[in-house]
Design a protein around this ligand. Structure first.
Ligand code: ADP
Ligand code: MG
Length: 550
């Protein structure tokens, strides 16, 4: 008798499992998408390892995913002949959550109430553990490619799991077999009709063929052919095809905000299929978050760590497939290849043009995209010097002029006669900024002021010298030179001689607390306000730097 090791789940897994089972997550079908996507990943990893170790494929080279329906025993079995898992990999992968940002995500889920929590789980991409939404017991039997050892992982999803070694004869020759012992209310997943429909809907475009075995021992029937969607002509691909594919590649369950699919020809040839998600990924600001574009060489998945896009487009999901790299290219070589630089440039251009076109053709869709990702795109204003003016032109800002975001071109059009700068005010919230006394003089003259509330704003405004020749100027900084611009109700009060006396008094009283006291055009109702020196960080940036301990 072989030994059985008992393990408890990592705390985050236990929490996630609890939420998964107890929240009324409406769309349980997604568990099948998750298991199929893992199976397809496993086949792609094997294909990649077999480039240098072809013997791993043995006599069974063609990747496949098989779903076996067992109505009699109320089981659904998902099997792949991919890379498989060793004992340590089983413990590592199916007992912990490796994904960055998980902790923060779990906290958000806990803070959220029932229904919203369920939506968050959906956005997180529920992963392997979603099997417990439909099964009260899950068995995983796995044999890593090239290994003569096989392992059995089993759990009821209630806090612990066991791992034991099993006879190789009881395991697939290679890969992973996952048996779901279905709950009473999940019997429908033994129905051929149900399962086939779900597979076609959700997973019709995974790049590995999928078959269904109607009952144990029956002949497999292929239900998806594993053709890579991106290799098809655009005219052959429907919007739904793209959406399904996007869901598979991104783990989001919504519609993409933007789809960019093109073939680059010329010196470097490659195909790219990229999406801007319809909602914000939970880990967008996680410092460890990397881009998630996948690189394929001749349809073989190579890596999702090649930097195919600049950081400020890290929300995009999708892939690039090229025939211009050798299959056995090392991940280090990729990073240095001129092809990569070329792809980065081409893909960045296409994505930005796509977003610009969306701004022209569908203002609402663009506004939503900007709400989700604007604060990330603005990082490009200081990170991507070459595209600075393009990114500034694309950006939208809340201002004092209207109750909706405005483009800088709108701002320039509405500038007052005599106005030479683009004025801005930075702060933590729109409400706080709108109440600022600093705005009074500008309001009185009808001068629009950008109200910047994203942390990133304090940085780009200091590095972007101008937009179309007009410098950016903080209204908290130095003398706001408003004297040359007429007030709207030209009720400018005459210069007051007692002012000079008051300023002298204020200076002596305040001493070193301030560096200067001046009369100002910027106020109309408030008596005084604080301003930052002309040169140097503005007030909000000073606050942030102090907060960061600098
Ligand atoms: P993700 O796919 O986002 O990594 P999952 O929860 O879906 O998260 O899966 C966790 C990990 O378990 C995978 O990264 C992989 O290492 C492993 N895994 C799951 N299913 C399989 C499988 N069928 N074959 C090999 N490894 C698997
Ligand atoms: Mg997965």
């Amino acid at each position: 008798e072989m030994s059985v090791e008992k393990h408890v789940f990592e705390a985050d897994v236990a929490k996630l499992l609890h939420l998964m089972v107890h929240s009324v997550y409406s769309d349980k079908n997604v568990f099948l998408r998750e298991l199929i996507s893992n199976a397809a990943d496993a086949c792609e990893k094997l294909r990649y390892e077999a480039i240098v170790a072809p013997e791993l494929l043995g006599s069974n080279p063609a990747p496949r995913i098989t779903l076996t329906l067992d109505e009699e025993k109320t089981r659904l079995i998902v099997e792949d002949n991919g890379i498989g898992m060793s004992r340590d990999e089983l413990v590592e992968s199916l007992g912990t959550i490796a994904r960055s940002g998980t902790r923060a995500f779990m906290e958000r889920i806990e803070a959220a109430q029932g229904k919203e929590g369920a939506q968050l789980i959906g956005q997180f991409g529920v992963g392997f553990y979603s099997a417990f939404m439909v099964a009260d017991n899950v068995d995983v039997v796995s044999r890593r490619a090239g290994s003569d050892k096989a392992w059995h992982w089993t759990s009821d999803g209630k806090g612990s799991y066991t791992v034991s070694s099993i006879e190789p004869a009881e395991a697939p020759a290679r890969g992973t077999r996952i048996t779901l012992h279905l709950k009473d209310d999940a019997k429908t997943y033994t129905s051929r009709w149900t399962v086939e429909r779900i597979v076609k809907d959700q997973s019709g475009h995974v790049p590995v063929p999928i078959s269904i075995v109607e009952k144990p021992g029956a002949e497999p029937a292929q239900v998806a052919d594993g053709t890579a969607l991106w290799t098809k002509q655009k005219s052959e691909i429907s919007k739904d095809d793209y959406t399904d594919f996007y869901r598979g590649v991104s783990g989001h369950y919504d519609e993409p905000a933007l789809t960019v699919h093109f073939r680059a020809e010329g010196r470097h040839e490659y195909t790219a299929l990229a999406f801007v998600p319809g909602s914000k990924p939970f880990d967008l600001f996680d410092p460890d978050r990397k881009g998630r574009m996948k690189l394929y060489v001749k349809r073989v998945f190579i890596t999702d760590e090649a930097e195919l896009l600049p950081r400020y487009l890290r929300f995009a999901r999708g892939l690039v497939d090229t025939a211009d790299l050798p299959l056995n290219v090392s991940r280090e070589m990729i990073q240095e290849s001129p092809l990569l630089a070329n792809i980065r440039k081409g893909l960045t251009n296409r994505l930005l043009t796509g977003i610009e076109k969306l701004a022209e053709s569908d203002a609402d869709a663009f506004t939503k995209l900007w709400e989700n990702f604007g604060s990330v795109i603005k990082e490009g204003i200081y990170e991507d010097f070459e595209r600075r003016s393009q990114l500034l032109a694309l950006s939208r800002f809340r201002t004092t002029a209207e109750d909706k975001p405005r483009a800088l071109s709108d701002y320039l059009k509405d500038m007052k006669e005599g106005q030479t700068a683009i004025y801005y005010l930075t702060g933590d919230s729109l409400a706080q900024l709108q109440a600022s006394p600093q705005l009074e003089g500008f309001r009185a003259r009808g001068i629009e002021v950008l109200l910047l509330t994203d942390p990133v704003d304090s940085f780009w405004v200091t590095t972007a010298p101008d937009f179309e020749g007009k410098p950016f100027k903080s209204i908290t900084q130095g003398a706001a030179d408003l004297a040359g611009i007429a007030k709207d109700e030209s009720a400018a009060a005459a210069a007051n001689p007692s002012m000079t006396e008051f300023v002298a008094f204020a200076k002596t009283t305040l001493g070193d607390v301030v560096s200067d006291v001046r009369t100002s055009d910027r106020l109309t109702e408030s008596a005084v306000c604080l301003v930052a020196p002309e040169h140097g960080p503005d007030l909000q940036l000073q606050k942030m730097l102090q907060g960061a301990g600098r």
